[in-house]
Design a protein around this ligand. Sequence first.
Ligand SMILES: C[S@@+](CC[C@H](N)C(=O)[O-])C[C@H]1O[C@@H](n2cnc3c(N)ncnc32)[C@H](O)[C@@H]1O
Length: 238
Amino acid sequence: MRKFFQTSWFGIPFENFTIQDSQHIASETFYTKFYDQFFQKYYSYNDIEPQWCNTKDQVTQLVLSQIQNRTSVLSIGCGIGYVEDSLSKLWDGKLTVIDPAKSNVTRWLDTNTKIERILGYFPKDVPNNQDFDFAYANAIDYVFTVDDFHLFLQSIQQYPISEVLLISASFQSSRLKDSLKYHLKQIASNLGLIPKGQFWGYLRTRKEYQNALIDAGFNSFQDGFLENGTYWIKGIAK
Ligand SMILES: C[S@@+](CC[C@H](N)C(=O)[O-])C[C@H]1O[C@@H](n2cnc3c(N)ncnc32)[C@H](O)[C@@H]1O
């Protein structure tokens, strides 16, 4: 597992709205401020770069392929809800989304009556008695330390939700070239040659993802890569 840092996201430099903190991970306040900037730059899903949309379209297809026999699905850390908006047009079950950012981050879903929205964290902010037979978290696991990741996955397994799909935006490649690139960047930022940036989260290896699901109580897993190289892993608790 390795720490990684970021200086911009969606073409928005973090220095425009905050002092970047290389010691502490981006907080809920950070994400709230970020999304305030984001919604000043983008006015609808159509404004976002096609490459980002293509990547997320592959995620939508993956999720869709997993939920054909499901009736109630939860998306944890949905962000702006692009995948969920697409999914709701292709799948007829009950789709619930949850995200902690306070800047009405799901505002583009306002007119989408097929999606139920919750502001906050899973599981503490999910109102009682909601059953889900499948959950997925797209590009959020990078925020968790080893212990928090364990508690997060355990809380899903114990909720109980019998299957969870993680789509990783923070996969730690085992290729020598990628490892060298990572270390050279670390050296350059430690020497002050390039800005270190905001502490963004953790990269995890395939083995670390697999072990995390099993340690959290899932009985088995399936994993693979999307066409664009994105790693995914599904924990199965039955
Ligand atoms: C990189 S974005 C991904 C958003 C969306 N899933 C996507 O793929 O476009 C990460 C999201 O995770 C949310 N987040 C941050 N910490 C979280 C936590 N502890 N639990 C759940 N979501 C969290 C943030 O508010 C943000 O919207």
